[in-house]
Design a protein around this ligand. Structure first.
Ligand SMILES: Cc1cc2nc3c(=O)[nH]c(=O)nc-3n(C[C@H](O)[C@H](O)[C@H](O)COP(=O)(O)OP(=O)(O)OC[C@H]3O[C@@H](n4cnc5c(N)ncnc54)[C@H](O)[C@@H]3O)c2cc1C
Length: 384
């Protein structure tokens, strides 16, 4: 049997796209099935925009997550590196109930997968990899690691930064390592976080403490590879002391509740999102620095727009037709370019050495903080 769509990659973006394509004949090649979330907090967390929370609710995933594991973000405080410049965002001032939600990776994956397992016309092929792709006039064929082939009108590469679909389809990408590793860990804190996300630009490194349920926070500390290695080698009490110092004691005494892990950081953009019978989505198409917490948010937007283009196509129209797929590419172009410029601009500005650069970034942060119209614009962009 030939599918309408075969999705390669069962991460958050592939799983969300499979849900959004309900009704179509879909094959999902998932190398690994997510393990059940435990009682302990996952150290991989995401800030999910309110717009994507609505998208995930439409996929019946949001409502499957236990409320006790969802944390609304009511405020955000970004500190410059001169010890004085601060940029603050507040949900109340913006007239919204929350700026974002913090969710754990395992909890969100599980919620998406619960829906997938009972979805009509969906075949999940798990435990296998895509090892090749043949693109014919009428159909594409995905070669699986057990020697089988899956045929489809359209193959979507949602297989992450090292996408095999991107490579097999000959879609080139520009990839540059940031030279940083993100160290993540969760802490209990003595002072209440009051649902405020905190971030410190440290002249290169960037530390974020994001609220988790109760008196817990999740850390993402993006720092030079050697510094990250050192942090990852510290005993839990030493790590807690170091983070307490770097966060200027903002949350009082900290203690580690989930051990530290490291993620090397890369910037990557595919030059094209589509080819005949192929489309890319999520990290297979673009990888951005976690400083703005927007990577998976961009990927969910890809899934939203691709599903919409496929749903809205004329009756009888081939889902793998390049002219149709270009509608998807056009729909995503502006958003991806804007995010690329914002994240790269912020990273470059705060990474730059020298007194002039330091003056510019901290003055800029203070100036933006005084301009409520600009702040509202930035907030609206991040909340989609
Ligand atoms: C420290 C850190 C913090 C972050 N915080 C945020 C945040 O707050 N908000 C946010 O929006 N984003 C955040 N991100 C970005 C986010 O993690 C990614 O954008 C997101 O996980 C990408 O999802 P994906 O499904 O596209 O790719 P992946 O999560 O990489 O999933 C790809 C899947 O494809 C599978 N696969 C790979 N190759 C094959 C193959 N050949 N055959 C079959 N399957 C294959 C893999 O096993 C995997 O399951 C953060 C990233 C980091 C590193």
């Amino acid at each position: 049997m030939a599918y309408d769509v075969v999705i390669v990659g069962g991460g958050l973006v592939g799983a969300a796209l499979a849900r959004a394509l309900r009704g179509a004949a879909v094959g999902l090649v998932a190398q690994v099935r997510p393990s059940l979330p435990g009682a302990a907090f996952d150290s991989r967390i995401y800030a999910i925009s309110p717009g994507n929370a609505r998208f995930l609710a439409a996929q019946q995933a949001w409502q499957r997550m236990p409320e006790a594991r969802l944390t609304p973000v009511h405020g955000m405080r970004v500190h410059g590196d001169d010890g004085r410049a601060v940029l603050e965002f507040d949900a109340y001032d913006a007239g919204v109930s929350e700026l974002a939600w913090i969710v754990e990776d395992g909890v969100l994956q599980e919620a998406l997968w619960q829906g997938l397992l009972s979805q009509d016309r969906l075949d999940v092929v798990d435990g296998l990899r895509c090892e090749g792709l043949a693109l014919g006039d009428g159909l594409a064929a995905v070669a699986l690691s057990d020697g089988r082939h899956l045929e489809a009108s359209l193959v979507v590469g949602a297989d992450g930064a090292q996408s095999s679909v991107r490579e097999h389809a000959g879609l080139s990408a520009d990839a540059v390592p940031y030279g940083q590793t993100a160290v993540v860990a969760n802490f209990a804190c003595a002072n209440p976080h009051r649902n405020v996300a905190l971030q410190w630009f440290q002249g290169g490194p960037i530390l974020a403490l994001l609220p988790l349920p109760g008196n817990h926070v999740s850390m993402v500390w993006s720092t030079a590879e050697a510094a990250a290695e050192r942090l990852l080698g510290l005993a839990p009490q030493q790590l807690a002391l170091e983070v307490e110092g770097a966060s200027q004691g903002a949350l009082g005494e900290l203690s580690v509740v989930t051990a530290a892990r490291g993620f090397p950081l890369l910037r990557m953009f595919a030059r094209r999102l589509v080819a005949p019978r192929v489309a890319l989505a999520g990290d297979a198409a673009h990888v951005v620095h976690p400083l703005a917490g927007q990577g998976v948010n961009l990927g969910f937007h890809d899934a939203r727009d691709l599903a919409q283009v496929l749903r809205d196509r004329e009756p009888g129209r081939d889902p793998g037709d390049l002219r149709l797929l270009r509608r998807y590419e056009r729909a995503r172009a502006e958003d991806i370019l804007a995010m690329r410029a914002t994240v790269q601009g912020l990273f470059g500005l705060f990474d730059a050495r020298g007194a002039a650069a330091g003056w510019l970034r901290n003055t800029g942060l203070r100036a933006v903080n005084g301009l409520s119209a600009v702040k509202n614009l930035l907030m609206r962009q991040a909340m989609n």
